[in-house]
Write a protein that binds this ligand. Structure first.
Ligand code: FES
Length: 172
């Protein structure tokens, strides 16, 4: 291509200006690369756009081992429901137990009846004594009992990943 000077003193590669210097081949090549990078960008934004891409797909569950406070936080001869932890803390004098709220029939949450001094399941009527032993309804076994210890800090700690026999109690 030859460069010419027009009457205004500007130079261009042809008389008709720079916009007409692209051949059809150049235009299609440029359009092809543009399409390629646009597609690549869209693809990468799909992958990296999600925050979850950078983090492992893990369910964060609360620890099965947790503190429930000092013994004096529980009244003598009381049953305290810790709904968020799905346990009952049963205190009889200086004896403590941690019982599961999960009914052994089909897994409903049992409730403590103060008047009757028993646990009752609202789903199918299973009943449990205050120590967690089943005595009525379809529940096949007692409520789960969890390990409870008194830490050096003076706080009671329950571990719901460790089941203990029925008769286990923590004397404080
Ligand atoms: S789930 Fe409790 S009695 Fe059925």
């Amino acid at each position: 291509m030859e460069t010419k000077k027009n009457d205004k003193g500007y130079t261009s590669e042809t008389e008709r200006g720079i916009w007409f210097t692209f051949s059809r081949r150049s235009f299609l090549t440029l359009a092809g690369w543009g399409l390629f990078f646009a597609t690549l960008g869209a693809y990468l934004s799909q992958i990296f756009g999600y925050k979850g891409f950078f983090y492992p797909k893990v369910l964060y569950e609360p620890s099965p081992r947790f503190s429930v406070g000092e013994p004096k936080a529980f009244l003598e001869n009381s049953v305290t429901t810790l709904k968020s932890r799905k346990i009952f803390v049963v205190r009889d004098g200086n004896s403590f137990k941690a019982l599961s709220v999960v009914c052994q029939h089909l897994g409903c949450a049992v409730e403590f009846s103060k008047e009757k001094n028993i646990f009752e399941c609202p789903c199918h009527g299973s009943k449990y004594y205050r120590n967690g032993v089943n005595f009525a309804g379809p529940a096949p076994r007692p409520l789960d009992h969890f390990e409870m210890i008194l830490e050096d800090t003076g706080k009671l700690v329950v571990d719901t990943s460790k089941k203990v026999p029925l008769e286990t109690e923590l004397i404080v």
